[in-house]
Design a protein around this ligand. Structure first.
Ligand SMILES: Nc1ncnc2c1ncn2[C@@H]1O[C@H](COP(=O)(O)OP(=O)(O)OP(=O)(O)O)[C@@H](O)[C@H]1O
Ligand SMILES: [Mg+2]
Length: 432
């Protein structure tokens, strides 16, 4: 691959609670073409947080290797999704004086910096440790006149901004980054997974009119609210499809693998009379393959699945209410993530949330094989879209991050000597 082609390449890494996925893509004008995908079973995370560094490192290494092989190129940096790291959203207003000159890009940076600093000061005072993940201007005002999308070139006395600042807990982010660094990869940018899912699943009209994205994964359910074209809130709940599986395993005294199979093949969140008569063969825990099994009516699965789904969407509703966004977030919900495929999940979401709910899948990537087009890949596809649109802006965020020490260790991926530029870049990253 030529040097210029390599420069257009973006790589996304979504380290989920059930699978790690790596997408490698190349820009094609305003679009992207998928060159390679790799996905590998993830066993090192709980609720999106690394609990087993070695298992996470191995899964990342395997997923990245597979994607690299398919793409026929090697990657050095990834856009990394974060979901379980105690993500929090803050809306902060800041104001700077711009009297005497037309507003320039530097003024915009200054006012956003001022919002970031205000949050950092407030958190320092409250002794809250966090790392910034996003700072996204949600609206500008010049001399109090709100609704300004781009203030550059305008005249006035004051420029104010309303910024969405998303932060994460430092420990989990550090562990995730360390697992990735051990695979000899750098982190280009951190992106909250739910925001990424919104970027890949929503159409512009939805983002403008107001929509809530709910990405129901294995160990987490992440939420992002979009209004007037902007993301205005992100959050993560520590509950997901694995809870449904575990409930089935417990309720039917069957191994987790068999519960997972029953859920995906026969599970339904809505009761159907015929399901009382249909009997399922359920292997009992502790028995080998030819061992004892139970005959259970299919409707029993519904009795187990439905309450857990109701609880999940009730938690999502409470989360939005606490953020003051339940009423403001529009009438639509887009449900995505692997667990959104559970039959009847859409109906339960519509009932609990009292919203129009549609199922979302990743859109806008050329060359997407069917295997990568499912809702479980929405976040990873969105990370690429983020890379296309927001990376340059993001680089300004780096100086607000406290540096992490990097640990050295072995890796399933072959080590590559860091280039001079790479090391210099890292030095900058850690010192500014
Ligand atoms: N066909 C299906 N029907 C029901 N559930 C499914 C189906 N396919 C996958 N799931 C569930 O989706 C969940 C995994 O979703 P996903 O791949 O989005 O999670 P993840 O990204 O690895 O985890 P997280 O985002 O929570 O860290 C699992 O709990 C799995 O049981
Ligand atoms: Mg996920």
């Amino acid at each position: 691959m030529s040097e210029s082609a390599r420069r257009d390449i973006l790589a996304a890494l979504d380290v989920g609670s059930t699978k790690v996925t790596c997408f490698i893509a190349q820009g094609e004008g305003a679009e992207m073409r998928l060159l390679g995908i790799g996905t590998y079973r993830s066993t090192g995370l709980r609720h999106g947080v690394v609990v087993d560094m070695d298992a996470t490192e191995a899964a990342v290494g395997n997923a990245v290797d597979a994607a690299e092989q398919m793409a026929g190129t090697r990657i050095e940096r990834v856009i990394l999704g974060v979901s379980g790291a105690q993500i929090r959203s803050h809306r902060v207003k800041a104001e700077v004086s711009v009297a005497g000159h037309a507003i320039q890009a530097a003024d915009v940076v200054r006012v956003i910096d001022s919002a970031s600093s205000a949050l950092r000061d407030a958190e320092d005072k409250a002794e809250v440790e966090s790392v910034p993940v996003h700072r996204i201007p949600v609206g500008f005002a010049v001399d109090g006149g709100a609704g300004v999308k781009d203030p550059t070139g305008m005249f006035g006395e004051t420029l104010s901004v309303d910024v969405l600042l998303a932060t994460a807990a430092p420990g989990p982010v550090r562990n995730l980054e360390t697992a990735i660094e051990r695979c000899h990869l750098g982190v280009e940018s951190l992106v909250v997974s739910a925001y990424a899912s919104g970027l890949s699943c929503l159409v512009d009209d939805e983002r403008d009119l107001g929509v809530t994205v709910i990405d129901m994964g294995g160990g987490t359910t992440s939420v992002a609210v979009f209004l007037e074209g902007y993301v205005v809130h992100v959050g993560v709940l520590p509950i997901g499809g694995q809870h449904v599986t575990n409930d089935i395993a417990r309720g039917l005294s069957t191994p987790v693998a068999s519960a997972e199979r029953l859920k995906t093949l026969y599970g339904h969140a809505l009761h159907a009379p015929a399901a009382d008569r249909e009997m399922l063969e359920v292997p009992l825990i502790g028995e080998d393959e030819d061992g004892q099994s139970n005959q259970v009516p299919r409707s029993m699965l519904t009795q187990i699945i439905r309450p857990r789904l109701e609880e999940t969407f009730e938690l999502a509703r409470e989360h939005l209410e606490t953020a003051g966004l339940f009423a403001a977030a529009g009438r639509r919900v887009v449900l995505t993530g692997g667990a959104s495929q559970l039959n009847g999940a859409r109906d339960v979401a519509a009932e609990v949330l009292q919203r129009q709910v549609r199922l979302g899948r990743p859109m806008g990537l050329k060359g997407m094989a069917d295997a990568a087009a499912g809702p479980g890949f929405a976040a990873c596809a969105g990370l690429l879209r983020y890379g296309m649109t927001s990376l340059p802006f993001d680089r300004g965020l780096e100086r607000f991050r406290k540096p992490f020490a990097t640990g050295e260790s072995g890796s399933p991926r072959a080590a590559r000597p860091a280039s001079r530029l790479g090391r210099l870049g890292q030095w900058f990253r850690q010192n500014f």
